[in-house]
Design a protein. Structure first.
Length: 115
């Protein structure tokens, strides 16, 4: 995929979009070594066996940017940023679950009210 950086930045990032490790480093302002560290820390999960073959989803591009903001704004090291990302993912999952349960509860309330 030979995409220029402005094209990657102007695209809605989702799990179907794949970028190379080079594109990830350019878009996020990282070195290859930093990406390798993030992969070894378990923060990123590339497709492909070797760095030259790695492909990252748009979601992982957003995750990388979020990790960099956490490191910069909160002065976290890599392990701290990885933990913070995991906790933020858990909070997002719990919020989605609560919304789903609230929706189900609302549907039950409506069904009982129409009887």
């Amino acid at each position: 995929m030979s995409t220029n950086i402005s094209a990657v930045e102007g695209v809605v990032l989702d799990e179907r979009m794949l970028v190379t490790v080079t594109e990830l480093t350019e878009v996020c302002g990282l070195s290859l070594e930093q990406v390798r560290s993030m992969v070894s820390e378990g923060m990123l999960h590339p497709r492909g066996a070797a760095p030259e073959q790695w492909r990252f989803t748009g979601i992982e591009v957003r995750r990388t940017r979020r990790a960099l903001r956490l490191q910069r704004d909160l002065e976290l090291n890599l392990a701290g940023a990885a933990l913070a990302l995991d906790l933020l993912d858990e909070v997002e999952w719990l919020r989605r679950r609560v919304r789903c349960l609230e929706h189900q509860l609302g549907a039950l309330d409506e069904a009982e009210g129409s009887r």
